[in-house]
Design a protein around this ligand. Structure first.
Ligand code: SF4
Ligand code: SF4
Ligand code: SF4
Length: 346
């Protein structure tokens, strides 16, 4: 490739990228899996009892966490995780403001939020994992982690927009810990432990489409309307929890954020107050990152361009060296000069 041709090709590629626009560089968003299951968490129903946290630990055989020694008076009294960790897959956190006088109110109020994996429709962790240790089930959509494949690179940790996967730095063969929607219990015909024990139905398990319909039923009810809230699994014959509906934010979080999630949220305070990212696109980040990769590597254009560039630079350097050497001409080594050079070198 001549220098001029290479520069022209590079300039054309650089000019084409913005002209084609971001949309052209994106791959198609992933659809909701056909038998998607998930969870509806309703912050207005949550009483912060943390029964779901204990049940999660028990169901997943996870040890308790204690605050560091020298902390509060109750240090070491019970399981006191401050955040998600390799041994805490689910945590209840609280939003508080001012006097905390009223639940689900922004000013002088408080609200609870349950944080764990949202089982994204188009998960960044799956896209970022180089060895497919993070896997999304094509039917149910559950995002699981296979420790036998994991190489501990932590790409999933850095890529998750919700800060969910946690790496166990205390273990020389550290592993990733995160909620797998109790898939081991589902395999036995059960339901996620956190939904099983939730006394108010704040954590509700079921098919995503049915959970979305249930969320719309709640959003359509006027605040204060007495409703029956299913508990455990939607459609089960468990006794319902009867309560007045909260003053909902008129949006189901996870319906569209980052391409949708299979764990969805209703709340009485804005979702960003609960630590959920709201300034996010309606498509998953992998639609852009994978789209760019595929565009660059389409037909091996990227590596070919790189190789072309390296060849060009190598040839240019050879020519520069030759120009500095009186025994070389622009066409290469002169026949008789070769003999002279050999003689000189010896
Ligand atoms: S919340 Fe994070 S860990 Fe869970 S599926 Fe989405 S990207 Fe992966
Ligand atoms: S689904 Fe299972 S692993 Fe996930 S938060 Fe609930 S109890 Fe924990
Ligand atoms: S068990 Fe239910 S009500 Fe209790 S903290 Fe968990 S989600 Fe909230």
């Amino acid at each position: 490739m001549k220098r001029r041709d290479f520069l022209k090709a590079t300039a054309a590629l650089a000019a084409a990228a913005p002209a084609a626009g971001q949309a052209a560089l994106m791959r198609e968003p992933k659809p909701m899996p056909p038998q998607a299951i998930g969870m509806l968490y309703d912050s207005t129903l949550c009483i912060g009892c943390k029964a779901c946290m204990s049940a999660c630990k028990e169901a997943n055989d996870l040890p308790p966490e204690r605050l560091p020694e020298g902390g509060e008076w109750n240090t070491g009294t019970w399981d006191t995780p401050l955040d998600l960790s390799p041994t805490t897959y689910n945590i209840i956190k609280a939003y508080v403001n001012g006097t905390r006088a009223e639940k689900d109110r922004v000013e002088d109020g408080y609200a609870f939020v349950k944080r764990h994996c949202l089982h994204c429709v188009d998960p960044s962790c799956v896209s970022a994992c180089p060895v497919s240790a993070m896997h999304k089930d094509p039917l149910t959509g559950l995002v699981s982690h296979d420790p036998s494949l994991c190489i501990g690179c932590r790409y999933c940790v850095y890529s998750c927009p919700f800060g969910v996967p946690r790496y166990n730095y205390d273990d020389p063969f550290g592993q990733i810990g995160k909620c797998q929607l109790c898939s081991h219990l589902l395999a036995e015909g059960g339901i996620p432990a956190c939904c099983d024990v939730c006394p108010t139905g704040a954590s509700l398990f079921g098919p995503v489409e049915q959970l979305k319909a249930e969320a719309q039923r709640r959003l359509a009810a006027a605040p204060g309307t007495e409703l029956e809230f299913p508990r455990g699994e939607i459609g089960s014959d468990r006794p319902t929890h009867v309560a007045a509906t909260g003053n909902y934010q008129q949006h189901l979080y996870g319906d569209r954020e980052l391409g949708g999630t299979q764990v969805m949220y209703l709340a009485g305070v804005p979702f960003d107050k609960l630590g959920l990212p709201t300034d996010v696109p309606d498509v998953g980040y992998p639609t852009l990152s994978e789209g760019l990769q595929h565009t660059l590597y389409k037909g091996m254009a990227g590596p070919a361009l790189l190789l072309g560039g390296l060849v060009f630079l190598a040839r240019r350097n050879i020519k520069r060296n030759q120009a500095d050497d009186p025994l070389f001409t622009d066409e290469g080594m002169e026949p008789d000069a070769a003999a002279k050079k050999e003689e000189k070198d010896s």
